[in-house]
Write a protein of this length. Structure first.
Length: 278
């Protein structure tokens, strides 16, 4: 019967810990996407438990997940367009890394939202760059990786932004079928583009079903562009999976206090992430 949880029988579906061990390596460029919802917290926490280091973290809107990963020293570089605790304020662990080099110095590459979206789209299309009108007339080109370009047809001055081609992309979705095809719905973000742009892709899902039933606004990602699917119920908490789980707004507010102090942050991570089962 479609729509009901199934025990994953196929070789494509594997435990989260095994998928992370196989696909994520020290020094990788890693995109973990999901906009407001479907943020792959479970996968990020398993990366920390496995002790990955020297990662280049890529994400349009770094929120609490990347604050945690940067605060635990997993990242050397952050490529992003907006960093903040949604609706609350600063990400204190990212700020501490940038301002004081704790627990290690963090390189930054900042773009606009449109710039990052176009970069992912170019990567998904296997193009070297995207062309856009953004950045023109601002001081951003002096501070990030963009280049002026002249349209050969009209002479218009435009900007080229380099494609994002991460070593690994990880996203969360509501469901996958037994063949490894994935369906997500709700705010789409750039999850599809991240998977298509990456060399390796992992999708964590709330459930495995016998067949994907079309959902309004649903996006289906075919199995042949995904390297592994991992069953991870509640895998986006404290974010949410539309139609399956709810957003933990209380935690987003609480994180502001937890993350302000280094010792409080470290103690919380040790108790709730580093010592927790996958």
């Amino acid at each position: 019967m479609s729509g009901l949880p199934h025990t994953p029988p196929g070789p494509r579906v594997r435990p989260l810990a095994d998928a992370i061990a196989e696909l994520v390596h020290d020094g990788d460029s890693l995109a973990m996407e999901g906009f407001t919802h479907l943020i792959p917290f479970a996968a990020g926490h398993e990366i920390l438990r496995q002790g990955r280091r020297e990662l280049e973290l890529i994400r349009m809107t770094p929120d609490i997940l990347y604050d945690q990963m940067i605060g635990m020293g997993a990242a050397r570089r952050l490529v992003f367009s907006y960093a903040g605790n949604p609706g609350v304020g600063s990400l204190h662990r990212i700020r501490d890394a940038v301002e004081h080099g704790w627990p290690r110095a963090l390189e930054l590459e900042e773009h606009s939202h449109a710039g990052m979206a176009n970069r992912f789209a170019a990567g998904a299309a296997r193009l070297p760059f995207a062309v856009m009108r953004g950045y023109v007339g601002t001081d951003l080109p002096a501070h990030t990786r963009v280049e002026p370009i002249t349209c050969p047809f009209t002479g218009e001055q435009l900007v080229a932004v380099p494609a994002v081609r991460p070593d690994v992309a990880i996203i969360h979705a509501q469901e996958a079928d037994e063949q490894g095809n994935v369906q997500l719905w709700g705010i789409p973000g750039v999850q599809k583009e991240a998977v298509l742009a990456a060399d390796r892709a992992l999708v964590t899902v709330e459930r495995i079903v016998a067949r994907l039933d079309p959902q309004p606004g649903g996006v289906v990602i075919p199995a042949w562009v995904i390297d592994a699917v991992a069953l991870a119920p509640w895998g986006s908490q404290p974010s949410y999976a539309l139609g399956v789980t709810e957003r933990d707004n209380d935690f987003y507010r609480a994180w502001d206090e937890i993350s302000r102090d280094r010792e409080t942050f470290t103690a919380w991570m040790d108790e709730h992430v580093m010592g927790a089962p996958a």
